[in-house]
Design a protein around this ligand. Sequence first.
Ligand code: TRP
Length: 327
Amino acid sequence: MKGRILSGMRPTGRLHIGHLSVLENWVKLQEEYETYFMVADWHALTTAFDETEEIKGKIWDMLLDWLSVGIDPEKSVIFVQSHVKEHAELHLLFSMITPLSWLERCPTYKDQVQQFGEKGKDISTYGFLGYPLLQAADILIYRADTVPVGEDQLPHLELSREVARRFNHLYNARVFPEPKAKLSKLALLPGTDGRKMSKSYNNYISITADFEVISDKVRQMVTDPQRIRKTDPGNPEVCTVYLYHKIYNPVELEQYEADCRGGKIGCVACKKKLAAKMDEALKPIREKRNELEKNPDLIQDIITAGAEKARKEASITMEKVREVMKI
Ligand code: TRP
């Protein structure tokens, strides 16, 4: 029998190419697993409870991007968390059996409260403390056995395992499998300025950027600062453009590296080539997105059907949960 995967993302709006390796991984997983992909809008509320007017648009934009890269409603259950209220019920029931200390010791908790505090926002709320428990409910309600996550999410997954174990033990039942993390080696792409790619640094390229935007962003990339003239030998190890060539131009990589070191190719030409390669890679995504944008009814149908399928599966779990808890 196929394993079952659940994964999710908070709705951050349009995605950038830094997200692409995660999504391409999801696309592949669709072939090997039963896959559930969820837009975690309630999780977004834990920190953005005061910016709710933007959430609907962000959900929509992220969904369109998912579909544009090949997350396929024929293969996956694609849905929005808040459309399946059962998650909230399971979260509530879990809250009865989860010691506060399990949540307080989550490394992301104190960090985030402090970081937001420095920006003048108090997120030391009940909801934010419960963030990983809501995530446990998301996973366990589908009895998913596998969760593809980044390393930052490992403590959250550990909590899901502990909650599953505690529930099964307390009610002497085997309702929940202990989900395991699936860490995959993902290419980490820095932003155009060499720092972490992030919307707030404005150093990102959207996955649907057109050729002009791509070229513009690539032109701004930092190269070897020691290199002034084209004939100066370059050092690809300190060059962001080189890191991008690794991903977008693997076939010619060696040639470009040698030409850079030998002072045979200038940064302008090297960047032009990269922009052309990136455009080639992103073009099908862009075209798919344009097509999907013309058809909002189709998107609406996909998320309605996704919520129905998800709810059906979640309801089966909740019946078992209520039965073993005798409520
Ligand atoms: N916490 C995840 C993030 O910040 C989003 C998320 C919510 C999630 N529920 C999940 C991820 C369940 C995996 C499984 O990206």
